[in-house]
Structure formats: C-alpha cells, structure tokens
Design a protein around this ligand. Structure first.
Ligand code: IMP
Ligand code: MG
Length: 179
C-alpha cells in the first residue's frame, strides 16, 4: 500500500491540527444555532467523523451519498444515492465533503438540500482545488481545511477506484498506477 504512494502531501498530524482549527471556527460560528451536519459519503466519512468529534456544541448528523468520479477523471454525472433521514426545516445545514474539485458535487448537493426548508446551507471541505473550479454556478466552500494544487490525491477518505480511502494521510499515487 505504502509502495503505491509517491509522496505524502498532508500528514496525519497536519490533518488533526487543521481539523481542530476548523472545528473551533465552526463551533464559534454555530454557537446557539440549531445545526445539522450533512456528511457526503463515502469520501468525507473520515474527515466528517473526526471533525464532529472535535465540536462540543449540540448538533445533528446525517449523511448523503454522492459520487461523480470514475477513476481519476470527473465523469460530470452525479449520482445522489441516498435520502436524508433528518428534517432540515428550521435548521442551519453544514454540508461536509472531502474535496471541492470542479465544485459540481458540492453545488448539486447544496441545490438538492436548499428546498428542504433549512435556514441556510453552508459548506465545509477538507481540500480545495481552486484551479479546477468550473465557472458556471459552482460554489465557493465556506470552510476549507487545505488549498492544494491540481493534483490527484488519495487517503483519509479520498479514493482511486475505491482504494486507498483508509490511509491516515493524504498522498499522491505513483503516476504508473493510473496512467
Ligand atoms: P467535483 O464534483 O469535481 O468537485 O468533485 C468532487 C468529488 O470528486 C469529491 O467528492 C471526490 O470524491 C472526487 N475527487 C475530486 N478530486 C479528487 C482527488 O484528487 N482524489 C480523489 N477524489 C477526488
Ligand atoms: Mg470519490
């Protein structure tokens, strides 16, 4: 597994530090507000679960399943595979995803949730790749862990063909594995 990784881009310690910073910021912004975290699985499972455990204000937690990637290329077709179980009326919603790449997934999930009666819908991503953002109607994430270059990364929830999600750090694959 380690042999497949060309280099580590963000270490486990750096992830933890940044999660603590984000959690503190979110906690202060949402103090006294009814907030529901909507974690986009599978990619944001690690990040979302680590993040909520660093937050001590009351919150609700739900997941939505979305995928738009096939291999290392965005397929441009989004599949949202599960329905929310929680009522969002009268709640502040914070959508949590692993990465904002073209922004298509985040924008689509936000559009899906907006009509459901939330007071507002904001977004939090671990990684932001602004170089890849599409101009047409893509979102700008409200909370960002790390801004990275246009690299295909894996680990800490991020996959390549469903592998490598369980790595505790974020790294770049050897190019021979996906070219
Ligand atoms: P977007 O819709 O183009 O913003 O893509 C978002 C989704 O594509 C993320 O939730 C990831 O699942 C996947 N993705 C984008 N960039 C990467 C990457 O560098 N590594 C692994 N998955 C990625
Ligand atoms: Mg993915």
């Amino acid at each position: 597994m380690e042999a497949d990784i060309e280099r580590i881009v963000i270490t486990a310690e750096e992830l933890d530090q940044q999660n603590r910073r984000l959690a503190a910021e979110i906690e202060s912004d949402y103090t006294g507000k009814p907030v529901t975290f909507v974690i986009i699985s599978n990619g944001a499972l690690m990040f979302g679960c680590d993040l909520v455990r660093l937050i001590s204000i009351p919150l609700h937690l739900d997941t939505i399943s979305a995928s738009s990637y096939i291999g290392a290329e965005s397929s441009n077709r989004l599949t949202i595979r599960s329905q929310l179980k929680l009522e969002l009326t009268g709640r502040h919603v914070l959508v949590v995803d692993d990465i904002c790449d073209t922004g298509f997934t985040l924008a689509s999930v936000v559009n899906e949730l907006k009509p459901l009666g939330a007071i507002d819908v904001k977004t939090c991503v671990l990684l932001n790749k602004p170089a890849r953002r599409r101009r047409d109607g893509a979102v700008t994430p409200d909370y960002v862990g790390f801004t990275i270059d246009d690299l295909f990364v894996v680990g800490y929830g991020l996959d390549y063909n469903e592998s490598y999600r369980h790595l505790p750090y974020i790294g770049v694959l050897r190019p021979t594995l996906y070219s």
